[in-house]
Ligand binder design. Structure first.
Ligand SMILES: Nc1ncnc2c1ncn2[C@@H]1O[C@H](COP(=O)(O)OP(=O)(O)OP(=O)(O)O)[C@@H](O)[C@H]1O
Ligand SMILES: [Mg+2]
Length: 486
């Protein structure tokens, strides 16, 4: 799997890091184990051999004690020969001055022996001592064990027995043991290394997959999802990533829908303008009726107005989406804002024979942007007038609860079918497209209203019954001081 590094630093994959750490730990542990095993086994074998040989030499010294006391050299030689014949090796019997009095090979008689073991017995007054020596015959290792035991008779040290025998069998045994351990060591190393690769691959694969998925999103593909199976940190990360791409995908779809809706909505008045203008242009000069031209131009003017309103609504929405709309919040009396808005819309209502009534049950003060909140109320009351019946009534009420200021805009107009209520605040959503377009609506009003109310930290709800009427309710949180006055 190819991993692309997004930085200029040399890229070492997580997988290799895991392998390296794992290998280093493994080497340390294995080397320590091998060292300890070889040392322990070697020590065990050596001490076992020394113990056996020393026991034999002790017995020899015991048996020779009475013979040496009376200088029974024949008896001593016989004992040496019997022992050497049975066990091999060489036996030297030394006097208490360190001189050889008997040699099983009859070569060192009368010579003085100064090995460490002899020194231990004669000078350090130890009862027994042993050691291993490499006699190195022509460049070849020749290891011997020297085992010395004091000859004591009637509490007197009268000499010592020095037994020398080859320990090459032990050395070879240790060598082959070391070899076997080393073979095991390398086999384990290879197996564990192989396991390390598999484990590191297992750990790093989801990271690589996640990285690739991320790279795909940088190319604008938000449909990609990471494998989020499991319950470790990486799958947690994958789940978060999936949540993020899902959001981005939705956002992308919403944006595309918004752009295509906006283009479609703008195309309608543009086409109407084009038809009207072409109609005028195609008229022969002599048939040009100024009255008709005036009618056409009035229609063009209406369409241009419609487009202007729509473009400004779209701009408001885009600004709200990008967080560019900042409210100028200041304490304001809700009844004042309602009064101003009702006043502005009364002529429109009167022109359609609709009565607007404002009721002030309470007069709460809210923290609001007067202009924006005025727009919100304007949109709601404008809708009530637009979708009203002839001789209809619109009632705007101001009230408060313990924590909220409440405004309701109620009408006895055409109402909204229940199935349309959940989508009513969506952008470009219109219940009856033909009727709404005829009244000049684009379906952006309520989405702006909802966003504005949310910017004021408020909520908006709607209740409606087809043929009976509609009631919009806005709840705005009361400032702390207002609630404290209760
Ligand atoms: N008081 C109401 N009575 C009946 N239907 C309503 C009422 N208010 C809104 N509607 C329905 O909800 C739809 C959406 O309203 P909205 O204000 O968002 O758009 P519009 O009025 O069509 O256009 P715009 O307000 O952008 O000029 C309207 O098209 C209409 O069908
Ligand atoms: Mg509207």
């Amino acid at each position: 799997m190819v991993i692309i590094s997004l930085t200029n630093k040399p890229f070492i994959s997580v997988r290799w890091k895991i392998v390296l750490v794992y290998l280093a730990m493994l080497l340390v542990v294995l080397v320590a184990i091998v060292y300890v095993v070889i040392r322990l086994t070697g020590n065990y074998l050596i001490s076992q051999r020394a113990g056996e040989e020393m026991a034999q030499v002790d017995i020899l010294a015991l048996r020779m004690a009475s013979m040496l006391d009376v200088s029974d050299m024949d008896g001593i030689y016989q004992l040496c020969e019997d022992t050497v014949q049975e066990n091999g090796g060489r036996i030297l019997v030394l006097s208490s001055e360190g001189t050889v009095v008997a040699d099983s090979h009859s070569l060192f008689n009368g010579m003085e022996i100064t090995t460490a073991e002899v020194y231990d017995i004669l000078n350090l007054r130890m009862n027994r001592s042993y050691g291993f020596h490499n006699l190195d015959a022509q460049g070849q290792n020749q290891w011997y064990g020297y085992y010395a035991s004091a000859i004591i008779y009637n509490g007197q040290r009268i000499g010592l027995v020095l037994y020398a025998s080859s320990v090459m069998d032990l050395v070879l045994q240790l060598d082959s043991l070391q070899m076997v351990i080393q073979i095991y060591f390398f086999s384990v190393l290879v197996i564990v290394l192989f396991l390390g690769f598999i484990i590191s691959d297992y750990i790093s694969r989801p990271i690589n997959k996640l990285n690739n998925a991320l790279l795909q999103t940088t190319h604008g593909d938000f449909t990609v999802r990471a494998d989020a199976k499991g319950n470790d940190e990486i799958s947690e990360l994958a789940r978060t990533f999936n949540m993020m791409t899902e959001k981005l995908e939705n956002l992308d779809a919403t944006r595309n829908r918004f752009i295509s809706n906006a283009s479609h909505e703008l195309k309608t008045p543009l086409s109407a303008i084009k038809v009207l203008v072409e109609n005028i242009l195609l008229q022969p000069d002599e048939e040009m009726d100024p009255e008709m031209v005036r009618d056409f131009l009035t229609d063009v003017d209406k369409e241009v107005d419609r487009m202007t309103v729509m473009v400004s609504d779209l701009l408001t929405l885009v600004q709200m989406d990008s967080g560019a709309v900042t409210l100028r919040l200041a304490p304001a009396q809700l009844s004042e804002i309602v009064e101003e808005t009702v006043k502005r819309l009364r002529p429109l209502a009167q022109s359609r024979n609709i009565t607007i009534q404002a009721r002030y049950e309470e007069n709460p003060t809210v923290l609001a942007d007067r202009l924006r909140l005025g727009q919100v109320l304007y949109n709601l009351i404008d809708n009530s007038i637009k979708y009203a019946r002839a001789d209809g009534h619109v009632i705007v009420t101001v009230d408060r609860s313990e924590s909220d200021a409440i405004v309701t805009v109620q009408d006895d107009g055409i109402g909204i079918p229940e199935k349309d209520l959940p989508n009513l605040f969506d952008r470009f959503y219109r219940v009856d497209k033909a009727r709404s377009r005829a009244t000049g609506g684009t379906g952006l009003g309520l989405s702006i209203v909802r966003e504005m109310v949310h910017l004021h930290h408020g909520r908006i709800t709607v209740e409606s019954q087809e043929g009976i009427g509609t009631c919009f309710t806005i709840r705005l949180p009361l400032p702390k001081k207002e609630t404290a006055n209760d």
